[in-house]
Design a protein around this ligand. Sequence first.
Ligand code: M6R
Length: 628
Amino acid sequence: MQDKRNGGKPLPLDMCGIVGYIGDGNVYDVLIKGLHRLEYRGYDSAGIALVNPSGKLNVYKARGKVSNLEAFCEDKDLSAKAGIAHTRWATHGEPSDCNAHPHYSEDGNLALVHNGTIENYKVLKDALTQHGCTFHSETDTEVLVQLIEYIKVKNNCSLLDAVREALKQVVGAYAIAVVEKDNPDRIIAARKSSPLVIGIGDNETFLASDATPFVEYTNDCVYLKDEEVAIIERGKPLKLVTLENKEAKIDVTTLEMSISQLEKGGYPHFMLKEIFEQPATLHDCIRGRVVNGGKKVMVSGVSDNKDKFLNAKRILIVACGTSWHAALLGKYLIQDMCRIPVEVEYASEFRYSNPVLDDRDIVIAISQSGETADTLAAIKIAKKMGAFVYGISNVVGSSIPRETDSGTYIHVGPEIGVASTKAFTGQVMVLTMLALSIAQLKGTMTKDEIAEIGKAILKIPKAVEKVLKLNEKIERLSAIYTYARNFLYLGRGYSYPVALEGALKLKEISYIHAEGYPAAEMKHGPIALIDEEMPSVIIAPNDHLYEKIVNNVQQVKARGGSIIAIVTEGDPVIHNIADHVLEVPEMPECLTPIITSIPLQLLSYYIAINKGKNVDMPRNLAKSVTVE
Ligand code: M6R
């Protein structure tokens, strides 16, 4: 039975990245490069299907990262006129060669890649088995390719018609691409709930889960809508039809992404590059939004929806992971500046919490990728209940900005490292500017108060540059703490979500257990953990809670715990108590999280590097979590 709170609609439940190409370029090279760009979506296995000019369909697969597939393909026939490829984040069936995509049909004529989940795969599989089909994998995807072949043979119809008919029988989410042995000049692709974008070049066409695989070849792309099927044919214009075979309109979008944004630019890892990009990304995020020397703040969607923001009885922010930590900061910011009650929920909990909402509620959904399944589901529920939904995202054209009533982009450029860094500071910056523009509208802050913060916002990129000068000091410091087994991160007020974010960064890339806690809550339990083996990172800028956190620092010290403290330059007390201090520039209290979170990003980066971990692709994780 489907969950009614979900609007009865199937949701994207699987991750993975898909890519396809037809054209005169080197098909294998285009696909492999594309898979590397999509590895953030999963790296449990990878595979490729190449349609050979002489009517052969070569399918190669390997467990693990795309580089394993490349090694496997070294001595293989790689000639091709068209091809499709896949990088997997396993859900149905363990990561293995046989569960890797592409999957092919029983007669070997078709190969298919899929991102999504076929919810009714069991029923379809049983029916196909009765018709004599044999299955070779544990995946839901294999059912789809077998079903297409079955319909094609039974109805003696074209591949396009067989795909349309098969998709009508499918319950679930899919972005698929199918190639046929006998036709090296055509790829059929389709989507529902999982993302798919088509790149249109000169005599060549690309398809992918996002635009990164083809950004160096073309800026023209078409985002497929739900239940649209694309017919991609060599030398012919792209054609889109619905599942009912009605021609669909083609809307061409121009990409604003550049290839240099997708490369490491001399840094050893994307994560480090993205940490160091923050002066520039914050500058881009602020540009055009804080004007008149800081006196006016404008964030899109606020003045166009004046009545919604003026009459809001409550704001609810939904997000996951790092975006949820930004959301918590959004609560402090909006409550402080706009005097509107704010609640923050994990999107994954909100969707099953039978929420109480109406048209005087505003729901803000935050997501870097714009594709997180739980956040998308939360948006759908909120919209259904009449709330006005505002999205904050990074990826232009992704699903969340398209589902929301209004919203804004953080404009920090592609974030490739799985650990979110520049997106977090961009989200917090946007939330600060959003709160200021609502305050401007509601008159809950004076012009002078707004101008004081506006002016400080304009100084943020320079202040971040200064914080980044701590890099070498943090690298040296990391050596002392690399082999700690547990860490405690403590903060109060605006620094509490920063503590949570610092702990998450350390956990996800170094696999060290770290707990973020409100510093004053420590005495109600976690203080029992403190001894010489348990370092604490304490975020203690010069704000209205400074005196209070000094007490907490003393309490840790009294129990023999070592302390790394993030303090404001010229700190009066803590630098005498802590074992190590990292000083950041003075900022108004509401802006300190942007400044204090950066040393924590660097600390986790260097600890993970010292431990020899893969910081850009930590185990078990994926950048875009389109799984429930
Ligand atoms: O794309 P989103 O912002 O919706 O992603 C949410 C989380 O999956 C993400 O922030 C995750 O926690 C990161 N790996 C944290 O670094």
